[in-house]
Every structure is written in structure tokens, then in C-alpha cells.
Design a protein around this ligand. Sequence first.
Ligand code: PT1
Length: 276
Amino acid sequence: MLRLGSLEIAAPAVMGILNVTPDSFSDGGRFDKPDDALRQATTMVEDGAAIIDIGGESTRPGAKSISQQEELDRVVPVIESIRAVTDVPISVDTSKPLVMREAVAAGADMINDVLALQAEGALTTAVSLHVPVCLMHMRGTPRTMQEDPRYRDVIAEVRSFLAERVDACVAAGLAENLIVIDPGFGFGKSHAHNVELLANLRQLRVRDRPLLIGISRKSTLGALTDRQTDERLAASIAAAVIAAMQGAEIIRAHDVKATVDALKVARAARETGGNL
Ligand code: PT1
């Protein structure tokens, strides 16, 4: 069992992706209407998602930022409508303090911040909300992050960033047991960097905090398989299993049903304590 404050989930768990962006890289805005979003969320819960992650602002490479009001208008009604029909844990994928506050007021249970609470006011807001927070590593901003990213040692640099953010958050009063960390696949990393991170997840562990991995359908998997985004299921499952076999606790995924099945196999194999 993974415990994050009062939130308890069986690990490895699947966090189902619900994009409510008209320009999402993978779903292409298919779930931008509240009804569609609710149907998609319900299906993901039936398929075994332990958490539903709702994002109103795309952070894929090249994406532009949107206004606070636009993000609130996209995210809050969807959180309310999901919360009205199920008690599934909901996380909100945002970097904006007001969106964090309004999302939690609407029923969200967790904050997923690709800026690791570095935006003005985000850290104090998160501390005051007393909910679990995912701190992700990103180099640069979504608009420019894929312009020749370089590292001397990508594993050491991602790890030390995450360690510094965990320390800063704990120093600011965020309970350590609410923190999750994420290496941020595709956020200012080359395909080789992403593969190196995936192969070395154990080295990223900071203060024994749980790891969240978001690699589903990402371009590195496309480069490895020469597949378009909607044909990356097998590659995404392989990456999820590679992460789970190293102990990653939360896998953020589009294809919930298939990922849940794959992680059941990974979990059973790990639990034998064999030579894995
Ligand atoms: C992630 C993540 C996220 N990814 C967390 N939140 C996205 N915690 C949004 C590509 O290379 O990994 N962890 N929220 C989506 N971002 C991307 C990045 C989508 C890169 C696509 C790519 O294709």
C-alpha cells in the first residue's frame, strides 16, 4: 500500500490521463466537453485507474501557456462532475496556485505540478491545502525545452533537482509524506536521456518518496518504434513494466485497462522475490 497522507492506493497504481485541453498531443481534444470527460473518467475507473489526473493546460513540447481563467473554466466543471459520481482520487495537473485552490475546493485530492511548485505562490498554496503533491523535473519551458537539451549526467542532475525541491518543500512546511517525485520524461530531455532515466529509476529515489512515471505514448517511444502516437500502446506498456519492475509506484497512462493488466503481471513477478 502506498500512503500519501489520507490517500491510500495499491502500488504499482495507474493514474489515468484525462486531458481537457483542445490541443492535447495524444487525445487531440477528444475529451474537451464535460460530458465526454465524465464518460472517459468513468471508463478509466472501471478499467482500474487508482487516480484520475485532470489537466487543462497542455505541457507537451511546443505547447503555449493559457490564462488562469481558461484553465479554471476547463478543469473545475470536470472535477465537480466526476466527484459527483465517484470517490476516485482526482489529481489536478496544474502549476497555477489559484487553479490548485479551486480544484481542491471542487473535490480534487492531489496536485500534479510539472513545475514542482516553483511558480510564484505555488509552494505556500500547496502547503496550505494539505494534499499530496507530485514534484516533476523539467529543464526549460514546454515551448522551448526540446531545443538541444544537454546534461553532463542526466541521472545525477535530475536526482539532485528533485532532492532540492523535496528539501525546499519540506522546509516550507509541506509534509514529507505528501510528496511524490517524477523525472519528467520528455521535459527537456533527448530520447537518449529519456531511455537512460527509464533504465535507472532506482537511482532517482529521494528520501524514499514514491516515484511517478509519465511516459505513455511519448515521442521517445515513437522514435524507438517508428509509430505514431495512437500506435504506441505496446511501447507504452513495455515502458510501464520497466518502470514497475524498478519499483515505480504510480504510472501515468492513457490506456488504463491494458496498463492495469500489465502491472498486475509485473507486481506478481516482483512479489515472488525472484532474481528481478
Ligand atoms: C509527466 C507528465 C505530466 N507529462 C507528470 N505530469 C505530461 N507528473 C503532462 C513527448 O515527448 O510525465 N509527469 N503532465 C505530458 N507531457 C509530454 C511531454 C507529452 C513530452 C508528450 C511528450 O511526446
